[in-house]
Design a protein around this ligand. Structure first.
Ligand code: NAP
Length: 250
């Protein structure tokens, strides 16, 4: 098993949800954790809970130059480009191009910016781990999912391309693709509408952020000759992007 002590881990989107849980898990395993996202106060609150070394790096991954500059000084052992979002569930022909841009700029270009800033060093050092946050939405589409699904299908293509392009350089790539996870994701998607966001999980038991973090840390702690490729995590109550078992609620 790989030892994470003295390893440096970058988690983007560490101010909430899956990213914050991932930062906590890596920290507990002894790693030095660099927490990146836009909201400094939220990053500081997560970092304050961690026992080990933690560095807060306010950063907007949609900016290639900002991302490059912020990450330039670091040699990362593990990179988790987790920052991502969805906006709305409009049909494609009724959608807003500004929402499409936000999703594609964050979920696709943001991942590429982080990789562009961190991968060359890993390849030069001949070792590293990258864990992408895909989604079951990157495997199946659902009504109103259109551009968000396209962004996650793109993440899956990026994962496959990475494995091909840097074969032989000692870097491992994993995509962790969850179904429904209870985070701020739906709150962001529905622009702060709490009732609508919480209704997403009505009568069913979703995954928790720590369930996903557990899978991420498990993948990177396998022996180095083992590359865990794709992990799909479903809530037991969900069988596809359109089928969810909900207990009757009153
Ligand atoms: N929740 C689910 O059901 C689910 C299922 C499958 C996959 N995923 C994926 O899991 C990942 C994490 O989502 P989550 O569910 O944990 O959502 P979340 O609770 O809303 O967290 C999203 C994180 O991304 C950060 N972020 C958003 N835009 C950013 C930007 N431009 N630059 C830097 N950071 C940015 C946010 O921080 P700031 O706002 O502070 O920047 C926040 O820390 C995403 O890639 C999402 O697509 C989620």
């Amino acid at each position: 098993m790989e030892d994470l002590r003295d390893r440096t881990v970058l988690v983007t989107g560490a101010s909430a949800g899956i990213g914050a849980a991932t930062a906590r898990r890596f920290s507990r395993a002894g790693a030095r954790v660099v927490l990146a996202a836009r909201r400094r106060d939220r990053l500081e609150a997560v970092a304050a809970e961690l026992e080990g070394e933690a560095v807060v790096l306010p950063l907007d991954v949609t900016s290639a130059s900002e991302t490059k500059t912020a990450l330039a000084a670091w040699d990362f052992d593990v990179v988790v480009p987790n920052a991502g979002m969805a906006r709305g569930v409009a049909k494609l022909h009724e959608g807003d191009p500004a929402d499409w841009a936000a999703m594609l700029d964050t979920n696709v270009k943001g991942v590429l910016h982080v990789l562009h800033a961190t991968l060359p060093g890993m390849i030069e050092r001949g070792r590293g781990d990258v864990v992408l946050l895909g989604s079951v939405a990157g495997r199946e589409v659902y009504p109103g999912g259109n551009v968000y699904c396209a962004s996650k299908f793109a993440v899956h293509a990026i994962y496959r391309a990475l494995r091909e392009d840097s074969m032989g350089h000692g870097v491992r790539y994993t995509t962790v693709d969850p179904g429904m996870v209870e985070t701020e994701f739906s709150l962001v998607r529905f622009e702060g509408d709490r009732a609508r966001a919480s209704a997403v999980y009505d009568g069913m038991t979703p995954l928790q952020p720590d369930d996903v973090a557990d899978a991420i840390v498990w993948a990177v702690t396998r022996p180095r000759h083992v590359n865990v490729g794709e992990i799909v995590l479903w809530p037991t109550d969900q069988t596809s992007t359109t089928r969810v078992h909900r207990a009757a609620t009153q």
